[in-house]
Design a protein around this ligand. Structure first.
Ligand code: PHE
Length: 450
C-alpha cells in the first residue's frame, strides 16, 4: 500500500525541483499585481527584508523537518513533537494547501487558455481595450473558467501519477532558463515604450509615506507564498532530499533565483503599465491585460507570446504539482490511500470547491458579486492563505525548529552531521530563527489585526 519513498537523484535535481516549486504564478502574476497594489518600490524593499529575515529561515526549517524525518507534512511534524499546538502545523498545512490550490488552479487555467489564444493569433495588434475584453471573456465566462481550471488540475494530477522522478525531474531541467530569457526580452521591449520610465521609477523610487502595517503583512504573505513555505510543500520536497545536500546553500540559491525572476517580471510589466496609462493597482488581471499588449509591440511578437504563455503555464504547472504532491503523499502515508486514487480524489475535491473561486476570479463572473465578509470567494481563499494560514504556520514551524525540536537533530541537518564546516552560518541562522523571525511575524500579524 505505502509506496517506497523516492529521493531526488542529485544535488542539481534537488535545486531545480525546489526552484520549480518556488517559481510560478507567484513571480509572474502575483508579484507584479501585489506590488502594484501596494505602491511599488517601498513594498519591494519590505518584501526583500521579509524574504531574508523570515522567508528563508522558515524555508530552511521546513527542509530540516522534511529531510530529518522523510515523511509527509503531518507525519513529519508528529515525528518531531507530540505537543498539540505544534501538531496543528500539519493540519494548517493541509488546509493552506487546499485553499491555495482552489484559487491557484483558476489562474493556471487562465494561463493555459492564453496559450491557445496566443496560438490562434488573438493578441495580434490588440489595443488596450481589446486586451482587457479578452481577459474578461476568459475569466468571467462560467463554463470556460471551470473547464480550464479542471484541465489545469487534471494535467497536474496526470503528471503526478507518473511518480516523483518521472514527473517532476524531467520537466524542470531545461525550461527555467528559457523563461528567464523571455522575461528579459519582454523587459527590454517594455522599457522602449514611450513613457516607460515612470514604470521604472515606480519600481525603484520608494515612497514610504504610503506604507502601513497592512502593506507589511502583504509583503510577509508574499514572501511565504513565493518560497512555497507554510503549506508543507518544502517539508515534502525536503523529504526527498539527498543526505549530502547543503540545506542553507540550497535555500539561498532558491531564494535568490526566485527573487530575480520576480524582479524581471516587474521590469517587464510596470514600464508597459505606465506607458499604456493603465492602473498599477488594478489587481489580478494586470498580467493578462499588459503582456499581450507588450507582445503586440514586438517584432516576432506572435511567436514569442506563444512561447511566453507556454513557459509560464509550465512554471505554474510545476508549482501546482508541488502543492498537489503535499496532498498525495499525505493521503498515501497517513490515510493509506494509494497514489492514483489519491490523485483522483483530490482532482475532484479541488475542481468542486475550487469552482467557487473560478466563478469569482473576475468581478463580472457568475459569483463575482457574492461576497463573504466583503470578499469574493477567490479573494477569500487568497486572503486566508497569504494573510492567515501561511504566516501562522510559518511562525509555528520556526518556533518548533528554533526552540522545541531536538538541538542535535537541527544541528545535524544544518551541518550534515558536522561534515560541512559551516557552524558559524548555522549558528547565525539559529539566532535569526529564535530571536528575529518569530518576533517579526508576531509584531506584523498582531499589529495588522488589532
Ligand atoms: N511559490 C509558488 C509560486 O510562486 C506558489 C506556491 C506556494 C507553491 C506554496 C507551493 C506552495 O507560484
Amino acid at each position: 500500500m505505502e509506496s517506497k519513498r523516492e529521493k531526488f537523484s542529485s544535488g542539481l535535481t534537488v535545486f531545480l525541483a525546489t526552484l520549480s516549486s518556488a517559481v510560478g504564478l507567484g513571480n509572474i502574476w502575483m508579484f507584479p499585481y501585489v506590488t502594484g497594489k501596494n505602491g511599488g518600490a517601498a513594498f519591494i524593499i519590505i518584501y526583500l527584508i521579509c524574504v531574508v529575515l523570515v522567508g528563508m529561515p522558515v524555508l530552511i526549517s521546513e527542509f530540516i523537518i522534511g529531510r530529518g524525518t522523510r515523511k509527509n507534512v503531518y507525519g513529519a511534524i508528529s515525528t518531531i513533537t507530540n505537543k498539540k499546538k505544534f501538531k496543528s502545523i500539519g493540519v494548517i498545512a493541509i488546509l493552506a494547501t487546499y485553499s491555495l490550490l482552489f484559487f491557484y488552479t483558476v489562474v493556471v487555467g487562465w494561463v493555459y487558455s492564453y496559450v491557445f489564444k496566443a496560438l490562434v493569433g488573438s493578441f495580434k495588434g490588440v489595443t488596450l481595450e481589446q486586451a482587457s475584453n479578452i481577459f474578461n471573456t476568459t475569466s468571467a465566462g462560467a463554463i470556460s473558467s471551470i473547464i480550464w481550471q479542471f484541465i489545469a488540475v487534471a494535467v497536474g494530477g496526470a503528471i503526478l501519477v507518473l511518480g516523483v522522478k518521472g514527473g517532476i525531474e524531467k520537466l524542470t531541467k531545461t525550461l527555467m532558463p528559457v523563461l528567464v530569457i523571455l522575461l528579459v526580452v519582454c523587459a527590454f521591449t517594455s522599457l522602449t515604450l514611450p513613457g516607460s520610465m515612470e514604470g521604472v521609477k515606480f519600481l525603484i523610487k520608494p515612497d514610504f509615506s504610503k506604507v502601513h502595517i497592512g502593506v507589511v503583512l502583504s509583503a510577509l504573505g508574499l514572501a511565504f507564498f513565493k518560497l512555497s513555505v507554510g503549506t508543507g510543500t518544502m517539508i515534502t520536497y525536503g523529504s526527498y532530499y539527498t543526505d549530502d545536500n547543503n540545506l542553507i546553500a540550497t535555500a539561498s540559491k532558491v531564494a535568490i533565483s526566485d527573487t530575480i525572476v520576480s524582479l524581471l517580471a516587474g521590469l517587464a510589466i510596470f514600464p508597459a503599465v505606465f506607458s499604456f496609462g493603465m492602473e498599477p493597482s488594478s489587481g489580478p488581471g494586470l498580467l493578462f491585460n499588459t503582456v499581450p499588449l507588450i507582445f503586440s509591440k514586438m517584432p516576432g511578437g506572435w511567436i514569442l507570446s506563444i512561447i511566453f504563455f507556454l513557459l509560464t503555464s509550465m512554471a505554474a504547472t510545476m508549482a501546482m504539482i508541488s502543492l498537489l504532491e503535499v496532498l498525495i503523499v499525505f493521503f498515501n502515508e497517513e490515510l493509506k490511500i494509494e497514489r492514483k486514487k489519491a490523485v483522483i480524489i483530490n482532482i475532484i475535491i479541488i475542481t468542486i470547491i475550487g469552482s467557487l473561486a473560478a466563478l469569482s476570479g473576475n468581478p463580472n463572473g457568475v459569483l463575482g458579486n457574492k461576497l463573504i465578509f466583503g470578499k469574493t470567494f477567490f479573494d477569500l481563499f487568497d486572503l486566508l492563505v497569504s494573510k492567515v494560514f501561511l504566516p501562522v504556520n510559518g511562525f509555528l514551524i520556526i518556533l518548533l525548529v528554533g526552540y522545541f525540536a531536538n538541538k542535535k537533530f537541527v544541528n545535524d541537518q544544518l551541518t550534515n552531521n558536522g561534515t560541512l564546516n559551516n557552524e558559524k552560518i548555522a549558528n547565525a541562522l539559529i539566532f535569526i530563527m529564535k530571536y528575529i523571525a518569530p518576533v517579526l511575524i508576531v509584531v506584523v500579524f498582531l499589529k495588522s489585526f488589532i
